[in-house]
Design a binder for this molecule. Structure first.
Ligand code: PNS
Length: 168
């Protein structure tokens, strides 16, 4: 009998910072595929709120709470590269993205089509958890900056780091 190929997926993004919405999609991708690579893709010319090391640590720390998910997931950062090239190098067959609604679909569809055009890389969309539909990295940052409470929408360590970074 021939050896079964590993089904490897990628969940790419800026993750500046990771939210519970991202973590939901990562966990669901890990249930569907043998291995998931969380790819933190960043533009070296653009400063984010958190460094790449901090973003990786937030994802890894959050995953530690669910060892069965963490066992199938690894987190890596890539700068200044096309997603399709990273996926080819890592033998990733599919990109998994969460969709919170129509606005996400309008943003994601051209990228999915472009990636398919470039190398045939497919994208699978998962419907976002409705209880997290309003959660995005940019919105939680804005809310925290002006004194709002986003506990429960991001991991506790991310919440603490947001308060520390954006309110001082
Ligand atoms: O979290 P984001 O900002 O929605 O993530 C977007 C990201 C990083 C996944 C996208 O911009 C990307 O794939 N960048 C890598 C460069 C690339 O391949 N660009 C062409 C996409 S068709």
């Amino acid at each position: 009998m021939s050896e079964q190929a590993i089904r490897r997926a990628m969940t790419p993004g800026s993750f500046d910072p990771v939210t519970n919405g991202h973590l939901d999609v990562i966990a669901r991708a890990a249930a569907l595929y043998d291995e998931v690579i969380v790819a933190i893709l960043h533009n070296p010319a653009k400063a984010g709120t958190f460094t790449i090391e901090e973003r990786i640590a937030f994802v890894e720390e959050a995953l530690a709470a669910t060892p069965e998910v963490a066992a199938r997931v690894r987190v890596e950062a890539f700068a200044g590269r096309l997603l399709v090239d990273v996926c080819r190098d890592l033998d990733v067959q599919v990109v998994v993205k969460g969709l919170r609604g129509g606005t996400d679909f309008a943003y994601e569809l051209p990228m999915a089509l472009m990636n398919r055009h470039l190398t045939g890389l497919e994208t699978v969309f998962l419907p976002g958890d409705p209880s997290l539909e309003h959660v995005s990295s940019s919105l939680v940052k804005e809310v925290v900056r002006y004194g709002g409470d986003v506990r429960g929408l991001v991991p506790d360590a991310v919440h603490a780091a947001l308060v520390e970074r954006l309110r001082n």
